[in-house]
Ligand binder design. Sequence first.
Ligand code: UD1
Ligand code: CA
Length: 485
Amino acid sequence: MSAACHGADEATGGWSLTQRNAVVLAAGLGTRMKSRRHKVVHEVCGKPMIRHVVDHLKASGVHRIVVVVGHLAEQVRGVLGEEVEYAVQEQALGTGHAVLQAAPLLEGTEGQTLVVCGDTPLVRPETFQRLADVQRRTGAAATVLTARLDSPAGYGRILRDGDQVAAIVEEKDADESIRAIREVNAGTYCFDTEALFRTVRRLDNGNRQGEYYLTDSAAVLRKDGLRVIPVMLEDAEEMAGVNDRVQLASVEDAMRRRILEGWMREGVTVVDPRSTYVDAGVAIGRDTVIFPGTLIQAGTRIGEDCRIGPNARLSQTVVEDGVRVEQSVVLGATLRSGCAVGPFAYIRPGSVVGIGAKVGDFVEVKNAVIGARTKAAHLTYIGDADIGEDVILGCGTITVNYDGERKYRTRIGDRTFVGCNSNLVAPVSVGADAYVAAGSTITEDVPDGAMAVARERQINKEGYAEKLKRKLRVRQMRSEESRES
Ligand code: UD1
Ligand code: CA
């Protein structure tokens, strides 16, 4: 996605002659979501809806962004922080009234102001750019983003007057003939800043909803003899808004397809896009193959030539090159080059799996560093541990890291072999080049090069089986005799 500052003017050494602002509307109640969370903080592909809007505005070269907040304002501030400016609309009296709240911040500045909704995260940076370019080039008072829909219900309708917008009529105020119009208002506009604030002051609320409609500004501007120009979307999907959770899912679906297509164009193989979920802001290297059923969540970076999935979930994880992850969950970890994870492994936060290491089936790793080429092939728990290089952790190795109150670390030196079904009771250190005999419960440190055996010695009772059977036979005969008598 291009992030260039398109507003810049070559002749002025990159400084734009036109100050470009944006007002993002996010003070509505969003009641149809039926949520305790503000509509615009709901996530789309792992990123709050309004973050998509703000990121796209920034990528389109906007200089100042004012977000209009009201109901649940602190949640919106929690997501966007100091990155934008805020205006407060105490009561949701309509979109025109919402824009007016940004006047103290933006009024009196020259240039243009985009007005966008916080609940339409699919509008692309290129579209904001186009809307702004047409406004500036034509000197129109406003440009209005529109689309032609097969089912226009619910949207404001565009009344045209030649190649201009004569008025925008909300569905609730429209008669039969206006409802039949299929060109709708996307809710995204670019105004001449001065014309915008002059106009929103003059709106009235004499309509079915008793609201101050921003959409009425089109007719007001036209009455003043100014121009309002429609800019039609080729891809109507871009204007899709989120008013309820059904629309949230369909916007998520569109965003997901867009993200996957982006990675495929960058050289990533996605075997089955329908069952693959990659969050916004994730990075994936070339020639990596993503198999079906895979979820790659926010904060994850994957290198080149990896094979991820089927059925893997990765979150907040760094994956270097040539890594294999199959049927596993990896959270907050680092997987170094060429390591293999799974099937059925669970790697938890704070873990590092070393270069070329292997973590196999039913192995859980938590807050542990596993050295290069070390193998924990099956049925093992490695928690709070530092494991050296070229170590073999036999099947059933357990670091006993918790005494019911506190957690302790286990250390194992390079090239050590831990036999199957061993407990390493932390805090404990096993040296380098050491052996731990299978079935040991290690409670004391093991020096370098030593062999530790910590289990009961085996006793063989010769001929025991025959003696036992004889004893049982005698017992059975006696009990039968006592029953007969
Ligand atoms: C609006 C447009 C409609 C357009 C549609 C596109 C108006 C009057 N209508 O309708 O023509 O087709 O968007 O999606 O503008 N908001 C505030 N304060 C308010 C009211 C709303 O900040 O007092 C915010 C909302 O949080 C939302 C945005 O403005 O982000 C749009 O409001 P919404 O109520 O969803 O308008 P629509 O009915 O969708
Ligand atoms: Ca809406």
